[in-house]
Design a protein around this ligand. Structure first.
Ligand SMILES: [Cu+2]
Length: 239
């Protein structure tokens, strides 16, 4: 009998865990929120940037080799395009982006290289190049999208309903084109700027685990304590 009780408690615990994974984020009013801000820098000497040969459409894509966007380290060592996600289970309501995030294809590169948005947003995929591109997302939670975007189709709208990240985005016409989308279930996420900086506001006070992800450097989890109406400044590194 006792053994049975213990077993069912374990089963219930496992179920609670699963439910949380499925996105049991609890929305509430946040009146005394704190801010998490800081920098993510490269530890040690960063490797030299990789070069990409332009093998197609040089008149639009450019004739010179391109610098690969897979690891961009600024002058002060700050890493651009690091995804920062606070593992929050409750807080401000998630509002899908009122203005659709724009994801452009220009000189045969995706801009921005990492695009983060609230789940339920519609991404405006634009084509500034006026040549054939193709938007190909390799989603597993959301439906995978694969649409040609010729010159006469300046905008394609793609809705990303469910939280999922990272979603790799490719262009099948130009093999070097790559980007990542981040669709989040709560509003506590950021992508580092060119100097490695980020800022996430209105967090309910408490202790959090914060996930960092960079396509080449992988994932890292860091702790952060948030106090009411205060700014917690962090200096994190990746390598
Ligand atoms: Cu392309």
């Amino acid at each position: 009998m006792r053994r049975k009780l213990v077993l069912s408690a374990v089963a219930m615990g496992a179920m609670a865990c699963l439910a949380r994974r499925a996105g049991a984020y609890e929305a509430m009013a946040v009146t005394d929120g704190g801010t998490l801000s800081g920098m993510v820098t490269y530890e040690g000497t960063p490797p030299p940037p990789t070069k990409i040969e332009v093998t197609k459409d040089p008149e639009v894509c450019g004739k010179e080799p391109k610098t690969a966007p897979n690891l961009v380290v600024g002058q002060g060592g700050g890493i651009a395009n690091v995804v920062v996600v606070v593992q929050a289970t409750k807080g401000k309501k998630l509002e899908p982006a009122a203005q659709n995030p724009v994801f452009d294809q220009k000189t045969c590169e995706f801009h921005p290289h990492v695009l983060a948005f609230p789940a339920g947003s519609t991404v405006d995929v634009t084509n500034s190049d006026g040549i054939l591109h193709n938007i190909h997302t390799t989603s597993t939670v959301n439906p995978s999208q694969n649409q040609a975007q010729p010159k006469f189709k300046p905008k394609i709208q793609l809705k990303v309903e469910k939280p999922e990240w990272p979603i790799a985005v490719k262009c099948d016409v130009h093999g070097w084109m790559s980007a990542y989308w981040v669709s989040e279930e709560h509003p506590y996420f950021a992508v580092t700027d060119a100097n490695g900086g980020f800022k996430i506001a209105d967090l309910p006070p408490g202790d959090y685990q914060v996930e960092l992800w960079q396509e080449k450097l992988g994932k890292k989890t860091m702790p952060a304590s948030i106090k009411a109406k205060e700014e917690t400044k962090v200096a994190w590194t990746m390598k």
